[in-house]
Design a protein around this ligand. Structure first.
Ligand code: GRF
Length: 207
């Protein structure tokens, strides 16, 4: 079966179930777990011993390790297949360090969200926190956005500003940003899965 086949057969736009994709420590996943949002169907990680998978198992959630090879098309298919098998109608990226191919965006239209530790469009890509420090900005923050085919680029759903203090290093600034992330992401995910977010070109409207 191809993902397109899955889209027509199984992904329901009305599904309120979602998959969380995470590669790292999983503190944003933990915030989603702690917020007790109904519908967290599965946690998927490309790192077999990630904190995210441990947190999922501790919470009694399905936890799936999906190894990543060199073929992005195949990797994307595998991730989508696992999510769909668990009934997910949306993908929530929480520190997922892989790029999903266009097939995922087609399979989950306006149903993939990402959280990024800067005020986009400033500092996209890896090391956003270090980029902000190196640029000397006085304010950075967090952005939650829909995922499109470009990196850290899709329509912005929500942002929070975080001050950069003179004594900050990457760890201290990232910790302050994470605090906002943990409050913001559950609100956005709840809005997404209850159908309160509409995308009009680059604008996201909350209802
Ligand atoms: C977060 O800062 C998020 O913005 C970025 O990756 C980090 C993930 O952190 N995309 P954690 O694994 O949720 O602690």
């Amino acid at each position: 079966l191809t993902i397109v086949g899955y889209r027509h057969a199984l992904v329901s736009p009305a599904s309120t179930r979602f998959a969380v994709l995470a590669s790292g420590s999983g503190t944003n996943l933990q915030a989603l777990i702690d917020a007790r949002i109904a519908g967290l169907a599965v946690v998927i990680s490309d790192v077999s011993d990630s904190g995210a998978l441990l947190r999922a198992r501790e919470a009694g959630l399905p936890a799936e390790f999906v190894p990543h090879g060199d073929d992005r098309i195949r990797n994307t298919e595998l991730v989508c297949e696992v999510a769909i098998r668990h009934g997910a109608g949306a993908l929530v990226l929480a520190g997922f360090m892989r790029i999903l191919g266009p097939a995922a965006i087609r399979a989950f239209p306006d149903r993939i969200v990402n959280i990024h530790p800067s005020l986009l469009p400033a500092f996209p890509g890896v090391d956003a926190v270090a980029q902000a420090l190196a640029a000397g900005v006085k304010v950075s923050g967090v952005t939650v956005h829909f995922v499109d085919e470009q990196i850290d680029h899709g329509p912005i759903i929500a942002q929070r500003a975080v001050p950069v203090l003179p004594e900050d290093d990457v760890d201290s600034l990232h910790a302050r940003i994470r605090k906002e992330e943990h409050d913001l992401y559950p609100r956005v995910v709840r809005a997404l899965i209850t159908g309160r977010l509409t995308v009009k070109e680059r604008r996201v409207i909350w209802s």
